[in-house]
Design a protein around this ligand. Structure first.
Ligand code: HEC
Ligand code: HEC
Length: 360
């Protein structure tokens, strides 16, 4: 049995004690550094989040200085009639700018005044279509022709703020723009206070970082267009007036940018309050023999189909207003679609029952 003297044992204990102490101390300093690092990371995160929040709050409410188009309203009855035709027909302003409890009457053929009312609650905000009658307090009575024209051509409202481009009229002709404003001014004023659009934090962030911005014309808009049955007038109606392009093309669900080949269908409309629970996918309007619906339709059938109006409850397509279109306009549209490059894009189904999932 080895023999230890008392001093040796003491020394040994002391040595071990020091070792333990050293390692505890080391661990303590390690933990302190870890805590420090975590605190710094947390601090940076708080600064980044607060900075992001403050940046968005300070910069979302941007003013835009798009030019006022040189467009004026007239009292010319032919121009007013043209404006009214557009608003209750191909340009379907009435589908959004009336109180929603009047939608059924509008769809039965009544000319409900455009006193505002459509409301769309989506993640970027609650969008509300304003009163377009000449009431000075709640309508467009105090807006200039230039302000109204700029709203439609440059998506900038009378307060110089962006209008989210739900309205596809940036390339509409000077003459049609003047006709529309002439008609708006000719209506009886209706007092109807519509609350302004409200952006959510997401919407504000999208504006602050330039993901949502006003949309201007894609080319110099025509002064006027000839109203006839030509492909070129059909092109104008489908792209600059009727919004056929936006609805009948696949679009990005994040930004609303057009993705798919134009008019080849695939636009998605998930179930909501307006669609009465149904969901829809728009059909391919290019003249592809296998996958385009129009390849099987002759011009006569196309006209009958449009005059017949809605077949599917809840379809987002403004069928009733489009059914008011003249044969000239419908023929021009048909001839334009027939002139397009055929695109093979099979849309299996366009109408989905409530509860049915839209395919990816
Ligand atoms: C799909 C629905 C829809 C259609 C169709 C539509 N609008 Fe709008 N409109 C809106 C919404 C929503 C707003 C408000 C947008 C916002 O606040 O960002 C608006 C805003 C406006 C403004 C802005 C007024 C201002 O505050 O300065 C004018 C003018 C206008 N619309 C006129 C028209 C005319 C004219 C037509 C038809 C040629 C039309 N709209 C078709 C939904 C629509
Ligand atoms: C707001 C979106 C929207 C707009 C605007 C729109 N469509 Fe549609 N369209 C649809 C949807 C969704 C369907 C499928 C449901 C249905 O048949 O109503 C459809 C269906 C159709 C059909 C097939 C109808 C049938 O009986 O099979 C034709 C043809 C058509 N659209 C042409 C047009 C033309 C031409 C325009 C422009 C003048 C237009 N659409 C504007 C969404 C739209």
């Amino acid at each position: 049995m080895p023999h230890f003297s008392m001093t040796e044992m003491k020394q040994d204990l002391l040595y071990q004690y020091n070792l333990i102490n050293l390692s505890i101390n080391r661990n303590l300093t390690k933990m302190k550094t870890l805590k420090k690092v975590l605190l710094i990371i947390l601090g940076i995160l708080v600064i980044v989040v607060a900075g992001f929040y403050i940046y968005v709050q300070l910069s979302w409410d941007k003013e835009f200085d798009s030019p006022y188009p040189d467009i004026t309203a007239t009292y010319d009855s032919v121009m007013i009639a043209r404006g009214k035709y557009l608003a209750y027909g191909p340009a379907h302003c009435a589908e959004c700018h009336i109180p929603m409890d009047k939608l059924d009457e509008l769809r039965q053929g009544k000319d409900i005044p455009l006193s505002g009312g459509w409301e769309l609650p989506i993640p970027p905000g609650i969008f509300r279509a304003p009163n377009l009658t000449p009431d000075p307090e709640t309508g467009i009575g105090n807006l200039t022709d230039g302000q109204i024209a700029r709203a439609l051509r440059y998506s900038v409202n009378h307060r110089n703020r962006l209008i989210v481009p739900f309205m596809p009229f940036q390339d509409i002709s000077d003459q049609d723009l003047s006709a529309i404003i002439s008609f708006l001014r000719s209506q009886e004023p209706v007092k109807n206070e519509v609350k302004p659009t409200e952006f959510s934090f997401l919407g504000k962030a999208m504006i602050a970082f330039g993901l949502l911005k006003p949309k201007g014309p894609s080319k110099i808009p025509p002064k006027s267009v000839a109203i006839d049955t030509t492909v070129s007038y059909g092109e104008y109606l489908a792209n600059s007036v009727g919004n056929c392009l936006f609805c009948h093309t696949k679009v990005s669900e994040q930004t609303g940018a057009l993705l798919g080949p134009h008019f080849a269908g695939g636009g998605k409309f998930p179930a909501d309050h307006f669609t009465k629970g149904y969901s829809f996918i728009s059909p391919n309007l290019t003249p592809d023999k296998e996958t385009g619906i129009l390849a099987l339709w002759d011009e006569k059938f196309f006209l009958e189909r449009f005059h017949g109006g809605r077949l599917h409850e809840g379809s987002p397509m403004p069928w009733e207003l489009f059914s008011r279109m003249t044969d000239t306009d419908l023929k021009a549209l048909y001839r334009y679609f027939m002139s397009l490059e055929p695109v093979g894009n099979k849309i299996e189904k366009t109408v989905f029952e409530p509860g049915e999932e839209l395919p990816d």
